[in-house]
Design a protein around this ligand. Sequence first.
Ligand code: NDP
Ligand code: 8X3
Length: 249
Amino acid sequence: MTKTAFITGASSGIGRATAIALGQAGFKLVLTGRRRERLEELAQELSTVPTHLLTFDVRDRQAVEAAVQSLPAEFQDIDVLINNAGNAHGLAPIQDGDPQDWDDMMDGNVKGLLYVSKAVLPSMTRRNVGHIINIGSIAGHETYANGNVYCASKAAVAALTKGMRLDLLPHNIRVAEVNPGAVETEFSQVRFKGDNARAASVYQGFEPLKAEDIAELIQFMVTRPAHVNIAEVLILPAAQAAATVIKKS
Ligand code: NDP
Ligand code: 8X3
């Protein structure tokens, strides 16, 4: 039977590439994000893949619940949840940080992941089946200067992944964390609020990961046999040894 994957943040970067990879692997897809037109464009590209689009902000608990409730019958049995939506906002010493950026990161990266999981989990616990992949970061395992709140939000994702794995064990639900290093997506454009030159400079002088590299890993993880859970993966560009140690030319 065709499995269904629910991917948050499918309008860009890692989520978009993961949608394509899981579509190629034979999954039906529920694709979510705030930018509807991006999701529609992706659905067109995935023309032969059964796809359902949901537009909501993961920070809005009511909107998350209503969106999941609205799923048509053929997309209600979710087998795989990719908790990917998230971003960094700003890169500043804690004393100079913008509390709005802090809210955006904690509400999106942490509470948003919780809201989506809470809404999707009944379809898994009811059937005692499921596979959840949370997109953490090297930043959740290694705090770097000025990364403070973003790193804290991803450290929370690491802790929640472990907690979810423990609590969902009785329901046979596999829970895993993928922790990328530097991946060239819209991530830095968002972090630096549209300063595209500054964003591009993050990836200059070395070969960063591509969104497709992460998608390929996720595709491998979710197509393992039911007795296998690849529980935690750190994936770095070959030129990166630690969060802020990158060999640049
Ligand atoms: P992008 O900026 O390219 O994509 C982020 C995605 O998240 C978009 O689809 C965006 O959709 C969605 N999103 C963000 N905030 C919200 C929100 N409040 N509600 C709904 N959707 C939201 O970045 P990446 O692909 O790089 O990021 C994906 C994940 O990977 C993030 O969790 C990020 O922290 C993590 N990561 C990224 C790394 C990197 O170097 N790029 C490294 C390690 C981890 P829309 O704007 O349409 O709502
Ligand atoms: C994204 C990677 O190192 O910019 O999570 O925080 S980093």
